[in-house]
Each structure stands twice: as structure tokens, then as C-alpha cells.
Design a protein around this ligand. Structure first.
Ligand SMILES: [Zn+2]
Length: 383
């Protein structure tokens, strides 16, 4: 099969020049969007998919996920819900379980999570290391991540492992560990936060990564105000992620830069924390993305529809802003122009919803609304 007509689309969101099209048809040719039009004058194709009036959106681009790990922190979650505060210290529990797990355990867990994301409409997912924190375990995490995504991120600077001197660990992260991770990574990331890495240390990590050809992104301003966002802008990072505690200066810096503000409301939900001020960012003109932050400690969800529902209900984004942020915004955060939209020439990554409109993503929270998912024009999820 080379060309496919997707027809009888009730509402097509393109995120492109054509905007939203009612009663649309779309042709996929060789994995790309080749044509968008109405119900009449459809060019001939090899195959046909009648979606019976359902809504079609670009596949979700989840630009922030930590999927290479072993073990569970369900008990820690329950304790937190019973009143214990989140400090980030639980990362060490996952590090111990991940180091102890054989490759096939990590691979099977990752495959399960990626399949789960596909079933919820995600067609691109970024995958970070950061639970190995030794030269071998970081390289191994990224090697396995690369079997599932080209968007792989070296996060050796997630936390300083127990029993390690912070300065010695920083040298390792910027030296031997980076060299071992480099062949398997596209991005370099750092957890810039009190209790993890300060701005000077984070700058050193990002600069070392950039010097080997990795592109920078950063965990910034999650647990409190700090220098992470300013550093992201200074380093021309593709994205500053979390942005939960921002000063007016931070909002302005993001709005005046090409750095995307990636909001991860699953983390605030799962740690019962205040949500980021999405409205301040949007109203200032910053580019906003939404992602899951899927990880076993502070946000164990692969569901972009859930994040959209949170963004609308808790962060006062409009449903249209939230959908854009979860698709085109994620693509910007990964510096990709071939995904996150359904204009001519884009990769044919599209999600068919079991609903007449994308509005249902927030209107019907928690309901499995994904009907069919195509990536490169091929089905990766079918009813
Ligand atoms: Zn994260």
C-alpha cells in the first residue's frame, strides 16, 4: 500500500494553514500527508479508511518522559497522598531498582509504556535516561531507549547518587559518562533545582553536552523559583520543562526567546502541588508545550489526554490551546517541523478520536477516546 484516503472526518485539526476543517478527507502518500480536502473530488488512492464522522487530530508529541526504569513507587505515592511532601528523594529508590534490572526487564517495561502511550494517541515520545547514574547504566539506558525513539535524552545529571561526592560526580557526568552516552543521545538535560544541581553546575553539564553535539533542554523551576529558566534562555535550550514557579522576569525571558515552556501538570497532580501559571505564559506570548513527565515517582501517566484535561481544568488553557501545546508545542520543544501538524508534507501521524470533536479530550476526562492511531501512515493502534 502506498496511498491511503482517510475519509468522512467529522472535524480535522491540522495545526496548519488550513486550520480546522469540517467534513474533511486526507490522503497519506508514502507516509506523508499529501492532500487535504472535502468529501467531493477525492483523488484516487490504493486504500481507504472511513472514520465515520470522527474527529482527527495530529498524533500527540510527548516531549518529556522518563521511561527507562525498573520497580514501582506506588507505596511512596500513597504516603504522599496521606500527607508526606514530595522532595525528589525517591529518585534514588528507582536508581537502585534500575541498576539491578537486566536489560530485558528494562526493555520490556519500556515497550509496555510506549505501547500504552500509543493507545492514548501519542505518536512521538521523548525518552530520558537518568535512573542509571553510572557510566554503564546511563549508556545502557540510552541504548535501550534508542530502540523505541530517536528523541533520546542524556540525563546523567538527574540527581547526585548516594555515597558520591557532588564535584566528582559532576566531573563524571561531563566527562566519561557523557562520552559513553553520546552515541545514543540527541539531547542533554539537567535537573536544575535545590537539592539537585545549581545553575553553575547545570550550565557546566549543558555546555559539556553541547560541546559534543547534543542539544540542550532543562528541568527548571519545578519545586521553587530559581535560575533554571534564565539558564535555559541563556543556553538557547529547546525547552525549559516544568516552569511551575516563575517570576515575571522568567515569563518575559521565555516570551522573548525561542525556548519552549513545557508544562507537566501530571507532576503537580501526582504531588498535589500548585499548577504552573499557563495563562501568564500564553498571555505574554511564550510558546507552551504539554507533556506527561511519565516517571515512576512524581507522574506515572503516559496519557496526553489526561494532561490536556488538567491543562484546561486546572491551568485555564482553552481546549484549543491545550491541544496545540500537546501536538505542535511538543514538536517545537523537540525542534521538529515534520510532526505536530497535518499540513501537506508533514509525517502522517494522526489520531482518530472516538468523538465528534477534539473538545471531548477535556470534556470527557478519563475516558478512552482514542479510536485509531497512524504513524508514518501505518496503524500503530486499531480498535
Ligand atoms: Zn522530568
Amino acid at each position: 500500500m502506498t496511498s491511503l484516503l482517510v475519509t468522512n472526518i467529522g472535524e480535522l485539526t491540522t495545526n496548519g494553514p488550513q486550520g480546522t476543517v469540517q467534513h474533511a478527507s486526507l490522503i497519506v502518500d508514502e507516509g506523508r500527508v499529501a492532500w487535504i480536502g472535502g468529501e467531493s473530488h477525492q483523488p484516487p488512492t490504493d486504500a481507504r479508511l472511513d472514520v465515520e464522522g470522527r474527529a482527527v487530530i495530529p498524533g500527540f508529541v510527548d516531549s518529556h518522559a522518563h521511561l527507562v526504569f525498573a520497580g514501582s513507587r506506588a507505596v511512596e505515592f500513597a504516603a504522599r497522598m496521606a500527607g508526606e511532601p514530595y522532595t525528589g528523594g525517591g529518585i534514588r529508590t528507582t536508581v537502585a531498582a534500575t541498576r539491578a534490572a537486566p536489560d530485558q526487564t528494562l526493555r520490556a517495561n519500556l515497550a509496555r509504556l510506549v505501547a500504552e502511550a500509543h493507545r492514548q494517541g501519542t505518536t512521538t515520545i521523548e525518552i530520558k535516561s537518568g535512573y542509571g547514574l553510572t557510566v554503564e547504566d546511563e549508556a545502557r539506558s540510552l541504548r535501550i531507549a534508542g530502540e523505541f525513539s530517536t528523541e533520546t535524552t542524556y540525563l546523567g545529571a538527574h540527581v547526585v547518587p548516594d555515597g558520591t561526592d557532588a564535584d566528582a560526580y559532576l566531573r563524571l557526568v561531563c566527562g566519561e559518562m557523557l562520552a559513553a552516552a553520546r552515541p545514543y543521545a540527541k539531547w542533554v538535560d539537567v535537573f536544575c533545582e535545590r537539592g539537585a544541581f545549581d545553575a553553575d553546575q547545570a550550565r557546566e553539564v549543558l555546555a559539556a553536552g553541547v560541546s559534543t553535539g547534543l542539544a540542550p533542554r532543562i528541568h527548571a523551576n519545578q519545586l521553587g523559583e530559581g535560575d533554571g529558566v534564565q539558564l535555559a534562555v541563556e543556553m538557547q535550550a529547546a525547552s525549559a520543562d516544568h516552569c511551575t514557579h516563575l517570576s515575571t522576569k522568567d515569563v518575559d525571558a521565555l516570551a522573548d526567546s525561542a525556548t519552549v515552556a513545557t508544562l507537566l501538570p501530571g507532576a503537580e497532580f501526582s504531588t498535589r502541588s500548585p499548577y504552573p501559571d499557563a495563562r501568564a505564559l500564553l498571555d505574554a506570548g511564550a510558546t507552551v508545550a504539554l507533556a506527561t513527565d511519565c516517571n515512576p515517582g512524581s507522574s506515572y501517566t503516559t496519557s496526553m489526554p489526561f494532561c490536556i484535561a488538567l491543562a484546561v481544568r486546572e491551568m485555564r488553557m482553552t481546549p484549543a490551546e491545550a491541544l496545540w501545546a500537546a501536538t505542535a508545542g511538543g514538536a517545537r520543544a523537540l525542534r521538529r517541523d515534520d510532526i505536530g501538524h497535518l499540513s501537506g508534507g508533514a509525517r502522517a501521524d494522526l489520531t482518530v478520536l472516538d468523538a465528534p470533536s477534539f473538545l471531548h479530550l477535556a470534556y470527557r476526562p478519563g475516558v478512552p477516546l482514542v479510536h485509531t492511531v497512524l504513524r508514518n501512515g501505518e496503524p500503530i493502534c486499531t480498535p
